[in-house]
Write a protein that binds this ligand. Structure first.
Ligand code: 2HG
Ligand code: ZN
Length: 465
């Protein structure tokens, strides 16, 4: 794209969106140009900030006419560089942050309809104000936007009970690559009429269309919660604890998180937070919630049995909401503490739940032998098989080599190289290595059908042609 074409496009965007809808000054576009970990710097031509679906459609059409690529961006909290532009200076960042409306909450039908720019926490609070639960939760929920949550099929801590975002989206409104608006904002539990096309856009990371609004499924809000932190001797004991908890408190388990000793070490060092049960090789944070009585007694029984069997060596059951929040603060501080510690290579992997202990043991062994000097910060959503197997490295280590070592172990356990964070630009090459050629070819056919000019977030998920 020539300089003149880019300049003409910026002018047209400015005319259509007005001053509130377009950022061009370097200092204004800077926050949109790089991810929060500052690993994927880019340089946008400008940042378009449409305030309505019609304006999103107009931006898409203008960019298409000019042959300019678009990079949709939500709260920019992603970990795979999926929402930031390349360094060409020709891509337009399409920020959804001005489309903040909650279009409706239905506490009987259990749905919430929100625009793409609504902050996830705001949507959660709106559901709570109606006495209901929006069951998608993760550390960045105060900044992440609904559109990004949907476009990345976000996971988080409650997947063990409520599934991924994909399962919570009942209806979707999207703008296609040619600027057409597809309104599928149906609030139906059952809808088997034709292709479920919305699934193509959920988790597509802005490469197939732009999500502008969604109808999300709500859940009943459990009246009682019980949160416990247990020190366990090893991951195999954590697995036995999961089975025990499933037997005793069943489907009221809404989080089952595994935390390694080094993770808690980083949190103590950088966030100044300490576990109330002291140092442990491994810990498990369990949260159960139910509206039926007796939950606390049942959780106490889980703790007692685990201690008796030696599957836990220590444990604490929160006495209050405040104490529960303190336990969660330990878990939610890991990512930022890791960032403060230095350079880390993230692996957002999943394996069959029963393979987690072997995966951890084997990955540790492989790194010790082939990448000495690296340090592992392993933690994650054990209840759904997702481990964040992050590796702290020094200047002598190459990130790509570490990726390949860890992902090799993932393959040996029939796992996935991204459980919830997505591919973005970070894992584009790894995706090709770890998926069958026929799967990549199918993905390319879908991309070609929906974005024939390759203008939607090029180079993300799939490498450019
Ligand atoms: C979490 O589970 C997030 O806290 C971030 O998915 C994980 O920092 C990470 O690797
Ligand atoms: Zn996670």
């Amino acid at each position: 794209m020539s300089r003149e074409t880019t300049q003409a496009l910026i002018e047209r965007l400015g005319q259509r969106l007005g001053p509130a809808g377009l950022l061009t000054a370097e200092s204004d576009v800077a926050p949109f140009a790089i991810d929060w970990r500052r690993l994927f710097p880019g340089r946008p031509a400008c940042v378009a900030r449409p305030g309505s679906t019609a304006e999103v459609a107009a931006v898409v059409r203008l960019c298409r006419e000019a042959g300019a690529a678009l990079v949709p961006q939500g709260g920019n909290t992603g970990l795979a560089g999926g929402a930031v532009p390349d360094g060409s200076g020709t891509q337009v960042v399409l920020s959804l942050a001005r489309m903040t409306a909650i279009r409706g909450v239905d506490p009987v039908g259990l749905t919430l309809t929100a625009e793409a720019g609504c902050v996830l926490k705001v949507a959660q609070d709106a559901a709570a104000a109606a006495g209901r639960l929006l069951p998608v939760s993760f550390a960045a929920e105060g900044s992440a936007l609904v559109g990004g949550v949907v476009a990345t099929n976000a996971g988080g801590i409650n997947v063990v009970r409520y599934g991924m975002t994909r399962g919570l989206v009942l209806g979707l409104e999207v703008v296609l690559a040619d600027g057409e608006v597809v309104d599928g904002l149906r609030a139906l539990r059952k809808d088997n009429a034709g292709y479920d096309w919305k699934q193509l856009f959920i988790g597509s990371e802005g490469t197939l269309g732009v999500v502008t609004a969604a109808v999300l499924r709500l859940a009943a809000r459990p009246r009682h919660a019980a949160t416990a932190l247990l020190a366990v001797p090893d991951p195999a004991a954590a697995l036995r604890l999961l089975t025990l908890a499933q037997e005793e408190v069943g489907d009221s388990i809404q989080a089952f998180e595994l935390i390694s000793g080094p993770s808690l070490g980083l949190v103590a060092k950088h966030a100044g937070l300490r576990s109330p049960i002291g140092e442990a090789g491994w810990s498990v944070l369990i949260e159960a919630a139910s509206s039926l009585p007796g939950l606390r007694d049942a959780m106490e029984a889980v703790l007692a049995t685990a201690l008796e069997r030696g599957d836990a060596v220590d444990g604490v059951l929160a006495e209050s909401g405040r104490q529960a929040a303190d336990l969660w603060a330990l878990r939610e501080s890991i990512t930022e503490s890791e960032a403060r510690e230095g350079t880390s290579v993230k692996h957002d992997v999943s394996v069959p739940i029963t393979a987690i202990p072997d995966f951890l043991e084997e990955a540790g062994r492989v790194l010790a032998a082939q990448a000495p000097g690296t340090r592992v910060n392993a933690f994650g959503h054990m209840g759904d098989g997702n481990i964040h197997y992050n590796v702290l490295i020094g200047p002598e280590h190459a990130a790509g080599t570490i990726n390949r070592l860890v992902h090799g172990v993932v393959d040996r356990h029939a796992g996935s190289i991204s459980a919830e964070h997505g591919i973005g630009q970070y894992r584009v090459d790894e995706l090709v290595r770890h998926r069958h050629p026929a799967e990549i070819a199918l993905a390319r056919r879908i991309k070609a059908a929906l974005d024939p000019d390759g203008l939607l977030n090029p180079g993300k998920v799939l490498a450019r042609d």
